[in-house]
Design a binder for this molecule. Structure first.
Ligand code: IDP
Ligand code: MG
Length: 156
């Protein structure tokens, strides 16, 4: 099982798309293990996006991500990092495939609705930036044995 950080960006909150976007992840079978509405500080945005510092879009990205509230989520599942990236679609809304979150709900390159960690290392780093110890919960899901084939003793 992997746990990944997803951020519903300010455009998703302002456009009233939180429910629709959360539904995509829920319907796939990912388990919601952390969630909150928050405003990202300039310091947190800089730390979160430190790999992008110096790029042409960096200042605008930090301005955007700190402009209005976001919803941060921790999602868990088998291969959750890649599963979520696939659900999100390509970075630019104008290029993202139909059927993906970015492909279905947006057309902008920068206002692309959602962030998702892109590796296990990034997920661990980003989860610890946005969730304090104890805010990501372990709990049994009643539907687990129907989301996964658990007959062999592990989720498949
Ligand atoms: P990702 O979110 O698909 O992982 P990254 O390359 O990590 O894409 O870029 C982080 C974010 O920066 C993107 O989600 C998007 O909001 C913004 N961004 C990336 N490239 C551009 C660009 O060329 N123009 C405007 N914004 C960009
Ligand atoms: Mg990225």
């Amino acid at each position: 099982m992997e746990t990944t950080l997803i951020i519903l960006k300010p455009d998703a909150v302002q456009r009233g798309l939180v429910g629709s976007v959360v539904s995509r992840f829920e319907q796939k079978g990912l388990q919601l293990v952390g969630m909150k509405l928050m405003k990202i500080s300039a310091e947190l945005a800089a730390e979160h996006y430190k790999d992008h510092a110096g790029k042409g879009f960096y200042a605008g990205l930090v301005r955007f991500m700190t402009s209005e509230p976001v919803v941060v989520m921790a999602l868990r599942g088998v291969g959750a990092i890649t599963v979520c990236r696939n659900l999100m679609g390509a970075t630019f809304g104008s290029k993202a495939a139909a059927g993906t979150i970015r492909g279905d709900f947006g057309i902008s390159n920068s206002f692309n609705l959602v962030h998702g960690s892109d590796s296990p290392e990034a997920a661990a780093r980003e989860l610890s930036l946005f969730f304090k110890s104890g805010e990501v919960l372990d709990y049994a899901r009643a539907s687990e044995a129907w989301v996964y084939d658990t007959s062999g003793g592990k989720a498949e």
